[in-house]
Structures are given as C-alpha cells and as structure tokens.
Design a protein around this ligand. Structure first.
Ligand SMILES: *[C@@H]1O[C@H](CO)[C@@H](O)[C@H](O)[C@H]1NC(C)=O
Ligand SMILES: *[C@@H]1O[C@H](CO)[C@@H](O)[C@H](O)[C@H]1NC(C)=O
Ligand SMILES: *[C@@H]1O[C@H](CO)[C@@H](O)[C@H](O)[C@H]1NC(C)=O
Ligand SMILES: *[C@@H]1O[C@H](CO)[C@@H](O)[C@H](O)[C@H]1NC(C)=O
Length: 450
C-alpha cells in the first residue's frame, strides 16, 4: 500500500500560506488505541516517507496521562504536541507524525484526528529509521474548522497614537511606545512575526496543580535569577531579529541550545546557531509559517542537529535546504515539555528547570497591545487597536530569568525582534498567573557538547 505524505500537500498547496499545520487535534481526539503501519526499517538516515510499502503493524495504546503501551506489554511515553500531532516512545522506538487533515478551501480545513500523515520512526539512538502512519481503532469524527479571514493580511499597518497613549493611561505596570519599523509592514507581516497566521488555534491546557513537594522544592530557589548575569558572566547569546518570517520557534530553539551550550561549558563554547537551517531544512516545522520548539530544539536537534549561523546565514524567507554537509552539527539529547508531557506545566517547575539546566522555550498568546511594549512588566490590557485588526497568535520566546519588582513577580524573556525592541530586546511579563498562557507549554531541551 502506498501512502501520500504531508509534503505533497504543502508544496504549493493552500496550506502553504497559513501558519503551523491547520490540523486541530486535541488530547481526547488522540488518546486511545492506534495501529501503526510501518514500512521497512534499517535506514541510516531519515528516509523520504512520502510513499512507502507497509511491512508490518504494531498496536499502541495511548493512555492517560502520558503512558504508551504496546502489544508486547512494553510501557513507554507519549505526548500531544499542541494540536498538531503526537510523539510516542515505546519498545525502544520513537515515532512522530503530524495529524491528518484536508484543506478544503483557504478558510476551511477538516482534521482527520483518527489518522496521521506519514511520519518517521527510529530507535532511541536516532538510528534504524523507518516510515509509518497511524490509524486509530476507534474512529473519531472528522472535525471541520472554518476560519474566515477576519481582515485583509495585505493591508498596511496604520500608526495609532491614541492606542499607545491609551495603554499608558489605563495601567502603570508597563510602558507602550511606537515602533516606526512597523510602518511599512502589512498586517500579515506583523502576524507572522508574532508567531504565524493563525487558523486553528485551540484552547491551551490549564497549568498543572502544584503539589506540596513541588512548592517546597521551588521555595529553596533564589528570589531572583538571571542567566545574563551569573556572578558577572552572561550565559545568553546576543539578541537577534527574525524580521517578517514566522520563524520565532526556530530562533527560540536555537537560543535555548546556544545558551545551554554556554551553561554546560562554563561559557567556553559560545556559538550562534542557524534558524535558517531550520526554516529551510526541517520537515518537523513549516518554515516561515511556524513550528514548535518541542519539535525543533528537541526532536530536530536530536535527529539532525543544528548548524552554525555562518553555515547557513539567515535570510528571513522560506528557502531550500542548502546547509553544507561539511558544517559541524550540534545535536541534542533529552527534550520534554516541562512537567513531562503537554498539559503538565506550571510556574514552579519552570523555575526549577530554568535554574538547574538553563533557559527554557515558552510560547504565549500575542495580543495587539504587546507589539508596543517598551519596558516594565507586561500584563495584557484588554485594549484593542481600532485601526489595526489582530488575531491572537502563538509566539515562541526564551525565558532566561525571573524576579519581582514592587511585589509583582515577573519572568525575564528574550524576544527575537531586534535589540531596539522592548528592554534591549527583552521583555518582562507578570509571573505565576499564566498570563497570556505563558506557563502552559514550556519546553526544555539539552544540547550535546560536540
Ligand atoms: C480565499 O479564496 C477566495 C475564493 O476562493 C478568494 O477570493 C480569496 O482571495 C482567498 N483569500 C486568500 C487570503 O487567499
Ligand atoms: C487522511 O484522512 C482521509 C479521510 O479520512 C483519508 O482518506 C486519507 O487516506 C488520510 N490520509 C492520510 C495520508 O492518512
Ligand atoms: C479546535 O478544537 C478546539 C477543541 O475542540 C476548539 O475549541 C477550537 O475552537 C477549534 N479551533 C478551530 C479553529 O476550529
Ligand atoms: C567558570 O568561569 C569563570 C570565569 O572564567 C571562572 O571564574 C570560574 O572559576 C569557572 N568555574 C569553574 C567551575 O571552573
């Protein structure tokens, strides 16, 4: 049996103009019993899985909350990845595929959550690759997502003095400003910079309950912490600018690796890694249209490794994969959603991970007041910009520290909008209240020192 994969759909397909993948498959859609249809294995490298012959099947039960069990009784792990697909580790193999969907029109998508596109499997050492797809034994209903464009993405951004002064008059935690660099941009450019053009957003999971044990562990941590200044040493790489490409996930992923390589080597290894390699080469993300750090800082780094910026300099556009094979590759090992799986995150666990191992990638919902952040502790105002319509996006950034000021706890976050934005490229945001969902899906990944 031959199966067609995701690639075909994206090459010039309608999907190409939209963010992430348009699948909208939730935890309950995915949980249950799956048959994995597997092709030949034994490939040294990732095979092209767009078409393959099924050689055998494998039954895997995905149980609450994160246990995967196969027909031999092996117990392993699984996690949902937002609403995009899921990863399974069971019986010494690791499986990942995106959930199946059909693009009906440029505003309508059907998610077939009881099957996946063709995906990849390999052993726990990223060797012995093969292709597979999954079909769930209890078919869930195909879900139709209608997402009419609420405004013209080609429309130019309009400077709005009144909006900025209104933000400044209704609250005093943070200050808003104008960014003249936005003037020539279209609303689509702004949406992409903030995470991608949204189409099938799903509610984020609530933060996980905090046990007494966890509360106690976190109470041992310092009151404030900043990887940019550990006894005068800076373990965070320089601020960068992603421009008008929806590559925040690639910047945050590379920034986490860069910083953690510094942490692991007491700052003796200071590299800048290439987001363009991710944009141009990764099949685990959608180039300038979005992606997820679990699959990049985590899975892509483990399976393919990252290269240095000089190997594939940033262009800010979708591109072919032209990384020289001679370039050093920086691989990763462990990666996980903080708390263990998608849906298990909370604030104390984020701090424990941050202090112990280094900066963490988080994603949050960008509202249009955020664009104007200049300094202070961000908290959304609920104000809307009457001239410039906006849809909430998922933006990925890097948490490098925390603290509190005037009794207000905050995170210190590295953005990828250049040094002239915010507090020299950084922002602070209120901590402990899952503000704009920033505590709902944090990711940690460990790079390997080459
Ligand atoms: C979506 O499709 C409609 C009709 O098929 C077309 O008029 C419209 O321009 C398209 N919009 C975008 C954003 O591509
Ligand atoms: C996706 O789902 C559709 C509808 O159920 C099905 O016909 C198709 O074979 C599936 N595609 C893949 C690649 O699994
Ligand atoms: C995605 O699914 C969730 C849960 O079923 C739903 O709340 C949300 O509205 C869906 N999004 C779209 C765009 O259909
Ligand atoms: C780490 O580097 C700093 C600055 O070079 C040095 O003072 C410190 O002793 C080093 N730490 C260790 C554990 O070697």
């Amino acid at each position: 049996m031959q199966r067609l994969g995701l690639l075909l759909l994206f090459c010039g397909g309608l999907g190409a103009v939209l963010g992430d993948t348009p699948a909208n498959c939730t935890y309950e859609d995915i949980r249950g019993t799956w048959i994995f249809h597997e092709g030949a294995s034994g490939y040294d490298e990732a095979p092209d899985c767009t078409g393959f012959d099924v050689k055998k099947t494998h039954t895997v039960e995905l149980l609450y909350p994160d246990v995967a069990q196969d027909e031999f009784g092996n117990q392993g792990f699984w996690t949902l990845i937002y609403n995009q697909g899921f990863e399974v580790v069971v019986g010494t193999r690791k499986y990942f595929a995106f959930s199946n969907f059909t693009v009906v029109s440029n505003t309508s998508v059907v998610s077939h959550c009881s099957s996946t596109f063709n995906g990849w499997s390999h052993d726990l050492m990223s060797r012995n690759w093969g292709c597979y797809f999954g079909v769930k034994t209890t078919l869930s209903v195909d879900k139709v997502s209608e997402h009419p464009r609420k405004f013209d993405l080609q429309r130019k951004y309009v400077a709005n003095e009144e909006f900025v002064s209104k933000i400044n008059s209704v609250q005093s935690l943070w200050e808003a400003t104008h960014y003249p660099e936005m003037y020539g941009w279209t609303l689509g450019d702004l949406q992409r910079r903030a995470g991608g053009i949204p189409q099938t957003a799903t509610p984020r999971p609530p933060t996980a309950p905090v046990s007494e044990e966890l509360r106690l562990a976190a109470s041992q941590l310092p009151d404030s912490f900043d990887w940019r200044d550990r006894d005068g040493e800076d373990f965070v790489s320089p601020i960068r600018n992603q421009g008008q490409c929806g590559s925040c996930y690639a910047f945050a992923s590379m920034a986490m690796m860069e910083s953690r390589l510094r942490v692991l080597t007491n700052n003796s290894l200071q590299v800048v890694l290439s987001p363009q390699d991710v944009v141009g080469c990764s099949e685990y993300s959608q180039g300038c249209e979005g992606g997820f750090p679990y699959l990049i800082a985590g899975k892509y780094a483990q399976d393919f490794g990252a290269v240095e910026e000089s190997c594939f300099p940033y262009t800010g556009k979708d591109s072919d994969c032209i990384s020289e094979t001679s370039c050093t590759r920086y691989y990763g090992t462990d990666y996980y959603y903080i708390g263990g799986y998608y849906g298990a995150c909370n604030e104390p666990q984020m701090r424990l991970e941050l202090v112990k191992n280094g900066p963490i990638a988080v994603s949050f919902e960008v509202l249009n007041d955020f664009m104007h952040y200049k300094g202070g502790i961000y908290r959304h105002t609920g104000l809307t910009d009457g001239f410039n319509p906006w849809e909430i996006t998922n933006h990925v950034v890097l948490v490098v520290g925390y603290g509190s000021e005037g009794g207000v706890p905050f995170w210190i976050v590295k953005n990828s909008w250049g040094e002239d934005w915010g507090e020299e490229g950084y922002f602070r945001i209120i901590r402990g209240v899952d503000e704009v969902s920033i505590e709902s899906m944090a990711v940690a990944a460990t790079p390997l020192v080459p």
